[in-house]
Design a protein around this ligand. Sequence first.
Ligand code: SF4
Length: 194
Amino acid sequence: MGKTTGFLEFDRKVESYAPVEERIKNYREFTLPMEEKDVKDQGARCMDCGIPFCHSGCPLGNLIPDFNDAVYRGKWEKASEILHSTNNFPEFTGRLCPAPCEEACVLGINEDPVTIENIEKNIVETAFKKGWIAAKPPLERTGKKVAVVGSDSAGLAAAQQLNRAGHEVTVFERDEKPGGLLRYGIQILKWKSM
Ligand code: SF4
């Protein structure tokens, strides 16, 4: 597990936002990155529960206690492998997911839950910076062709898995550019909800 007494020692801490007067001038990300030590402390808050409800709360079945522990120990590459074993796009979910895992976190019963989503984002951003994110072409091709209709996250994840299984995949998209809701919907939905 993380640090045995981590949840007693560290309060929940999440990224802060850039001042409004700055962020209204551009479309860049407006959260301010946390120090590595702070992210590791947040990983240390995980209690590695006997029944990790965070795990079942995650629609992807992310192995949350495992990557929390790896982050706490500074094993970022291992954390990235664990995260990517169940999640094709943590760079999206670490930013946009409504985080039902945090709603399900046992620590949330009487404390603030573990900052699972932000830990996820930090893992994948570290992996990008370190060059650990790379294409994984299959060793062999099956000779089979698969068409994926729609290039939103579900379509792209399906295409990635099928390609890794050796099939030749073509993704079809009716809009001008790929991405579906990722490109055309989420910003609008987020703006409407603000
Ligand atoms: S429920 Fe919360 S405290 Fe328990 S293992 Fe999951 S993230 Fe850690």
